[in-house]
Design a binder for this molecule. Structure first.
Ligand SMILES: [Zn+2]
Length: 130
Protein backbone atom coordinates (compact mmCIF):
# COMPACT_ATOMS: atom_id res chain seq x y z
CA UNK A 1 0.00 0.00 0.00
CA UNK A 2 1.24 3.48 -0.81
CA UNK A 3 1.66 5.93 2.01
CA UNK A 4 0.91 9.60 2.12
CA UNK A 5 2.65 11.94 4.50
CA UNK A 6 0.07 14.37 5.82
CA UNK A 7 1.80 17.53 7.04
CA UNK A 8 0.72 19.05 10.34
CA UNK A 9 0.26 22.66 11.33
CA UNK A 10 2.22 25.05 9.09
CA UNK A 11 4.38 22.41 7.47
CA UNK A 12 4.53 21.48 3.82
CA UNK A 13 5.75 18.37 2.05
CA UNK A 14 7.92 18.95 -0.99
CA UNK A 15 9.12 16.56 -3.63
CA UNK A 16 12.55 17.23 -5.00
CA UNK A 17 12.80 17.97 -8.68
CA UNK A 18 15.36 16.15 -10.79
CA UNK A 19 18.50 18.27 -11.32
CA UNK A 20 18.01 18.43 -15.10
CA UNK A 21 14.48 19.69 -14.60
CA UNK A 22 15.81 22.30 -12.21
CA UNK A 23 18.16 23.55 -14.87
CA UNK A 24 15.36 23.88 -17.41
CA UNK A 25 13.23 25.64 -14.80
CA UNK A 26 15.42 28.71 -15.00
CA UNK A 27 16.64 28.63 -11.41
CA UNK A 28 20.15 30.00 -11.47
CA UNK A 29 22.63 29.23 -8.73
CA UNK A 30 24.70 32.28 -7.85
CA UNK A 31 28.35 31.75 -8.76
CA UNK A 32 31.10 31.97 -6.19
CA UNK A 33 29.02 31.26 -3.11
CA UNK A 34 30.12 28.67 -0.61
CA UNK A 35 26.64 28.00 0.67
CA UNK A 36 24.94 24.96 -0.80
CA UNK A 37 22.64 26.23 -3.53
CA UNK A 38 18.92 26.65 -2.92
CA UNK A 39 16.85 23.67 -3.89
CA UNK A 40 13.82 23.50 -6.08
CA UNK A 41 10.83 21.23 -5.64
CA UNK A 42 7.12 20.75 -6.04
CA UNK A 43 4.68 21.04 -3.15
CA UNK A 44 2.81 17.76 -2.78
CA UNK A 45 0.92 18.38 0.47
CA UNK A 46 0.13 21.38 2.65
CA UNK A 47 -0.75 21.44 6.35
CA UNK A 48 -3.86 23.21 7.66
CA UNK A 49 -1.90 26.11 9.18
CA UNK A 50 -1.67 27.18 12.81
CA UNK A 51 -4.72 27.40 15.03
CA UNK A 52 -4.66 31.18 15.38
CA UNK A 53 -4.30 31.78 11.65
CA UNK A 54 -7.98 31.64 10.84
CA UNK A 55 -8.90 34.37 13.33
CA UNK A 56 -6.02 36.48 11.99
CA UNK A 57 -7.03 35.86 8.38
CA UNK A 58 -3.79 34.05 7.51
CA UNK A 59 -3.86 31.27 4.94
CA UNK A 60 -1.28 28.83 3.69
CA UNK A 61 0.44 30.72 0.87
CA UNK A 62 1.26 27.64 -1.18
CA UNK A 63 -0.82 24.86 -2.68
CA UNK A 64 -0.01 21.41 -4.00
CA UNK A 65 1.60 21.71 -7.41
CA UNK A 66 3.39 24.98 -6.67
CA UNK A 67 7.07 25.06 -7.58
CA UNK A 68 9.01 26.34 -4.60
CA UNK A 69 12.58 27.29 -3.81
CA UNK A 70 14.05 26.62 -0.39
CA UNK A 71 17.48 26.75 1.25
CA UNK A 72 19.46 23.52 1.34
CA UNK A 73 19.29 23.71 5.14
CA UNK A 74 15.48 23.82 5.29
CA UNK A 75 13.45 21.16 7.01
CA UNK A 76 14.10 17.45 7.19
CA UNK A 77 14.44 15.01 4.31
CA UNK A 78 12.63 11.75 4.72
CA UNK A 79 11.90 8.80 2.51
CA UNK A 80 8.35 7.54 2.02
CA UNK A 81 7.87 4.56 -0.29
CA UNK A 82 11.35 5.19 -1.69
CA UNK A 83 10.50 8.76 -2.58
CA UNK A 84 12.64 11.57 -1.20
CA UNK A 85 10.46 14.19 0.46
CA UNK A 86 11.24 17.35 2.37
CA UNK A 87 9.10 18.40 5.30
CA UNK A 88 9.59 22.02 6.28
CA UNK A 89 7.69 24.93 7.75
CA UNK A 90 6.10 27.13 5.12
CA UNK A 91 8.03 30.15 6.47
CA UNK A 92 11.29 28.42 5.52
CA UNK A 93 10.43 28.58 1.83
CA UNK A 94 12.22 31.28 -0.13
CA UNK A 95 9.38 31.69 -2.58
CA UNK A 96 7.45 30.18 -5.43
CA UNK A 97 8.96 29.91 -8.86
CA UNK A 98 6.49 30.92 -11.51
CA UNK A 99 6.63 31.40 -15.21
CA UNK A 100 6.13 35.02 -16.01
CA UNK A 101 3.50 35.34 -18.66
CA UNK A 102 1.90 38.67 -17.88
CA UNK A 103 4.49 41.06 -16.50
CA UNK A 104 3.02 43.18 -13.67
CA UNK A 105 5.42 46.04 -14.38
CA UNK A 106 5.40 46.53 -18.13
CA UNK A 107 2.55 44.21 -19.19
CA UNK A 108 4.76 42.65 -21.84
CA UNK A 109 5.47 45.93 -23.55
CA UNK A 110 8.98 46.61 -22.28
CA UNK A 111 9.65 49.85 -20.36
CA UNK A 112 10.97 51.93 -23.22
CA UNK A 113 13.34 51.90 -26.14
CA UNK A 114 16.63 50.24 -25.37
CA UNK A 115 15.86 49.46 -21.73
CA UNK A 116 15.08 46.01 -20.44
CA UNK A 117 12.24 45.56 -17.96
CA UNK A 118 13.76 44.67 -14.57
CA UNK A 119 10.90 42.26 -13.86
CA UNK A 120 10.52 40.28 -17.07
CA UNK A 121 13.64 41.28 -19.01
CA UNK A 122 11.69 42.23 -22.10
CA UNK A 123 12.92 45.10 -24.17
CA UNK A 124 10.62 47.40 -26.02
CA UNK A 125 10.25 46.56 -29.65
CA UNK A 126 12.10 49.13 -31.61
CA UNK A 127 10.16 49.93 -34.77
CA UNK A 128 12.18 48.83 -37.75
CA UNK A 129 12.81 51.33 -40.49
CA UNK A 130 10.93 50.27 -43.60
ZN1 LIG B 1 8.18 43.55 -17.81
Amino acid sequence: MRHVLRPLFDQVVIKELEPDRVRSSGLVVPPGTREPPPQHGVVVAVGPGLDWWESAGVKMPVAPGDHVVFPASAGVWIEVDEERLLVCAVRDLLGTLEELSDCPLCHGEGPGEGDACPVCGRTAEVPRPE
